[in-house]
Design a protein around this ligand. Structure first.
Ligand code: UDP
Length: 374
């Protein structure tokens, strides 16, 4: 018997599952309500600025996972890339993530790594349990001054709640360094698909066993009824028509501007002041090989503003609040009783994850399901 397999969402999760299933000989149908694949990684080529534009905010591929890397490399060549982020605070530009340069700049010192480490040790509030929250983690490790300058305002703007309400896992994404390494990520591999993420995901889905329907919103009940297996990477609440309410998300608004010449000098500038409403500015021209030194004639910059998600907005960041855990757990319990359903991805599992984790999870889930049905 041929299994009827449906995958909802043609983002990085849905496309990975579709391709893993196709590789194992299963056919599937992939649906996406948007008219493009790649979900929030979607890239377009901007002729005026002569660069790829990350339509839903900056997405950098970085990983330590060789399986993920080998899988992804089948569908694109990666440009060598090192992500650089600066932070504008109180009319000064600082290096991020927090490194020796940031510490020396901020405190007006010339510390070497050993001195800087010893100094920061004296600032850290060691009586605070770093696992308690985002705020606790930063205060424990870096102390009050750096917390106030680089984390408190940015995180409050980004998440809409005080950092003492945010889990420590959110800040553990970023390294703290006692040298001048300004690489934003600590993974062994980092890169950008040469032809953009959308091309990469289109190639993942380009298999005779995969049928893709874009620009069509399919309801959970319709897809569940007609399928033997459903992989759902949409919001978990949509499975139940939001009958216990929506979970909290942040959505983003973007404002694009073209500017003559090289407007910013780096891919991302974070705005750490409370009175600047944008969280960050992305200069898309820098999404190119780090070896590419061609002068930039026309900049395309995008200011990013974070706000509470409402129905009709794009869901970007799942917000983990104690107050919404019960609802999430209830949806998850109910989903577990639907034997044909596999929740997946950032929205299906309500997790704040990077692209490589999304691919790793999707490959693992595919392995498990393939084992079960073979
Ligand atoms: N963050 C911060 N200040 C910064 C950059 C990041 O407080 O200048 C916090 C913020 O809460 C953010 C988290 O660290 O959500 C993770 O940062 P990352 O750059 O990974 O966020 P993303 O690019 O996923 O939005």
């Amino acid at each position: 018997m041929t299994l009827r397999i449906s995958i909802v969402g043609a983002g990085i999760t849905g496309a990975t599952i579709a391709r893993a299933l196709a590789d194992a000989g299963f056919s599937c149908e992939v649906y996406d309500q948007r008219d493009h694949v790649a979900g929030n990684c979607h890239t377009t080529f901007d002729e005026k600025a002569n660069c790829f534009k990350h339509e839903y905010g900056p997405h950098i591929f970085h990983t330590n996972n060789s399986r993920v890397l080998n899988f992804t490399k089948r569908f694109c060549s990666f440009l060598p890339y090192k992500h650089e982020v600066k932070s504008l605070f109180s009319d000064k530009i600082f290096s991020l993530p927090i490194n020796l340069h940031t510490i020396n700049q901020y405190f007006g010192q010339c510390f070497n790594p050993i001195e800087a480490k010893a100094f920061i040790e004296t600032l850290g509030k060691k009586n605070i349990n770093p696992e308690d929250s985002f705020e606790a983690f930063v205060l424990h490790n870096l102390g009050e001054d750096l917390y106030q300058a680089f984390f408190k305002n940015y995180t409050t703007k980004q998440w809409g709640v005080s950092p003492d309400q945010i889990p420590a896992s959110v800040i553990k994404r970023l390294p703290i360094r006692y040298n001048y390494d300004s690489n934003y990520f600590h993974h062994t591999t980092q890169g950008l698909p040469e032809l953009g993420y959308t091309d990469m995901v289109e190639k993942m889905l380009n298999d005779p066993l995969i049928v893709c329907e874009l620009g069509k919103k399919i309801s959970f009940s319709d897809v569940y009824e007609k399928s033997d297996l459903v992989f759902w990477s949409g919001p978990i609440e949509e499975v139940f028509q939001y009958d216990e309410g929506a979970l909290p998300y942040r959505t983003l608004d973007f404002t694009d501007t073209y500017l003559d010449g090289d407007a910013q000098g780096c891919p991302v500038m974070n705005f750490a002041d409370a009175d600047v409403s944008a969280t960050r500015r992305t200069q898309h021209n820098y999404f190119r090989s780090t070896n590419d030194t061609k002068p930039i004639e026309m900049s395309l910059v995008t200011d990013e503003f974070s706000r509470q998600w409402e129905h009709g907005d794009v869901q970007y960041y799942p917000v983990h609040l104690n107050s919404s855990n019960d609802v999430l757990e209830s949806y998850q319990r109910r989903a577990a009783t639907l034997s044909k359903l596999h929740l997946c991805g950032r929205l299906g599992r309500f997790r704040y994850i990077d692209m490589d984790v999304a691919i790793a999870d999707a490959l693992q889930l595919s392995d498990r399901v393939i084992q079960e049905v073979l």
